[in-house]
Design a protein around this ligand. Structure first.
Ligand code: 5GP
Length: 199
C-alpha cells in the first residue's frame, strides 16, 4: 500500500476533490470544519449573486457579486463551472485559483451543488467526486427546517431540489454519511489523503 503522505514529491499528484450532496445535508458545515481543522486543505471560494447572510464575509465565505459582474465572469471564461441553485441565485467556481493550486501540486476542495459537480465531471473527469448524504430523509428535512435561514417558500423549493439530488448518489465515486459534522469532515480529509496526492 502506498503511503501518500510519505511519498517523495516527484510521485505526488495534485487532485481536485468535489464535495456535493443534497441541500441542507451539511456540505457547508463540513467544509467549514475542514477549514478549521485542516488549514493545509485549500478550499475554493465561490462567487454568488445571492445576498450575504448575517456574519458572512466577502472573499471568505463567498465572493458576493451582482448579476452584471457574474455575467462578465461567465463571458470571460473565468468560471470552472456555474449553476442557478434553487432557482434563486447563481453560484460559480472561479477557475484561476483552482488551476493555480493544482499546478502547485496541492489538492483543491470544491463544495458545490450537483449541477456544478456534473459540469466538473465533463471537464475534469479525473477529479474525486464525493457525495455527502444525510442519515435519512427525515433527518434532512429536520436539518432544513432547523436551520431557520430560509423562508417557507424557499424551504419548499429546496426540498424539491433535495429529493432529486438524493437520487444522484450513484453518479459519485464515494459517499460519506453526515451523522456528525466533524466526523464527516475527518472522513473527507482521510479520503483526500488516500488518493495519490498530498494536501
Ligand atoms: P448557500 O446559499 O446555502 O450558501 O448554498 C446553496 C447551494 O449552493 C449549496 O448547495 C452549495 O453547495 C451550492 N454552491 C455553493 N457554491 C457553489 C458553486 O461555486 N457552484 C455551484 N454549482 N454550486 C455552489
Amino acid at each position: 500500500m502506498t503511503d501518500a503522505a510519505a511519498a517523495p514529491p516527484e510521485t505526488r499528484r495534485s487532485r481536485l476533490v468535489v464535495l456535493a450532496g443534497p441541500t441542507a445535508v451539511g456540505k457547508g458545515s463540513v467544509a467549514a470544519d475542514v477549514r478549521r481543522s485542516h488549514p493545509e486543505v485549500w478550499i475554493s471560494v465561490s462567487a454568488t449573486t445571492r445576498a450575504p447572510r448575517p456574519g458572512e464575509q466577502d472573499g471568505v465565505h463567498y465572493w458576493f457579486v451582482d448579476d452584471d459582474q457574474f455575467d462578465a465572469m461567465i463571458e470571460r471564461g473565468d468560471l470552472l463551472e456555474w449553476a442557478v441553485v434553487h432557482k434563486a441565485a447563481r453560484y460559480g467556481t472561479p477557475r484561476q485559483p483552482v488551476e493555480q493550486v493544482l499546478a502547485e501540486g496541492r489538492s483543491a476542495l470544491l463544495e458545490i451543488d450537483l449541477q456544478g459537480a456534473r459540469q466538473v465531471r465533463e471537464t475534469m473527469a479525473e477529479a474525486l467526486f464525493v457525495f455527502l448524504k444525510p442519515p435519512s430523509w427525515d433527518e434532512l428535512v429536520r436539518r432544513l427546517v432547523g436551520r431557520g435561514t430560509e423562508t417557507e417558500e424557499e424551504r419548499e423549493r429546496r426540498l424539491v431540489t433535495a429529493r432529486e439530488e438524493l437520487a444522484a448518489e450513484a453518479e459519485f465515486d464515494v459517499a460519506i454519511v453526515n451523522h456528525e459534522v466533524h466526523a464527516a469532515a475527518e472522513d473527507l480529509v482521510a479520503l483526500m489523503l488516500q488518493s495519490p496526492t498530498t494536501l
